[in-house]
Design a protein around this ligand. Sequence first.
Ligand SMILES: NC(=O)c1ccc[n+]([C@@H]2O[C@H](COP(=O)([O-])OP(=O)(O)OC[C@H]3O[C@@H](n4cnc5c(N)ncnc54)[C@H](OP(=O)(O)O)[C@@H]3O)[C@@H](O)[C@H]2O)c1
Length: 216
Amino acid sequence: MMTTSNSQEARKAAGREPSIGIIGAGNIGQAIARALARNGIAATLSNSRGPESLAETIAAVGPTIVAGTREEAAAKDMVFVAVNWSKLPAALSGLPNFTGRIVIDANNPIEAPLFKPAELGGCTSSEIVAGMVPGARLIKAFNHLLPSLLAGDPGSEGGRRVLFYSGDDAQAKAELGVLIDRLGFFGIDLGSLAVGARLVQFPGGPLPALNLVKFD
Ligand SMILES: NC(=O)c1ccc[n+]([C@@H]2O[C@H](COP(=O)([O-])OP(=O)(O)OC[C@H]3O[C@@H](n4cnc5c(N)ncnc54)[C@H](OP(=O)(O)O)[C@@H]3O)[C@@H](O)[C@H]2O)c1
């Protein structure tokens, strides 16, 4: 039987691009979808209310993006998660095994309307998200910029807008690094989750909301 990590190896050996799913179709999920669509990259976008509720959104974000169920998005090689902090357990429960697949944690442990930081018990928020997707190769990324900066042209200021990422699996980070580059951003690997996720954590870390540009 082919395991998930075997099938990832087979995909890479065949030179196939990773398939992409997005769980959460709000400000950040749509911004990620727009960035992908602008570069001709396909993805399945999902929310809690089902694909029919996304018809207008899909028409607006771009032709390479399709609406799907949460399960369909979660079954892709690379799964972005952009859901309100308190709704993450529901959004990530009852899904297929994530083992070997890449999950990108774009979430922050705070939410409207109170904007009261969630109680994390000394952990990073990514450690808590990692516990909801057992076996996934988790990367913290796409959480530290405003949606408009994620969705907009990363070259608009004459250089390349910086995107930070961190995680414990070097190969997964290399794959995301390739995607970040294709999207036109300048990716900076902050190292392990224990270090990097703390640096970009909002609130608390020093890096969120900085609009940094790399000039060559
Ligand atoms: N907004 C920002 O400036 C910003 C910046 C960086 C990071 N973030 C982080 O990104 C995450 C998303 O923020 P946002 O502003 O995009 O939130 P948002 O606009 O409120 O969108 C949240 C999305 O999550 C979906 N969702 C909720 N429960 C779900 C479930 N059980 N299954 C599948 N999807 C579910 C919602 O779908 P339905 O509408 O169908 O329920 C909605 O599409 C948060 O963790 C936030 O902290 C936000």
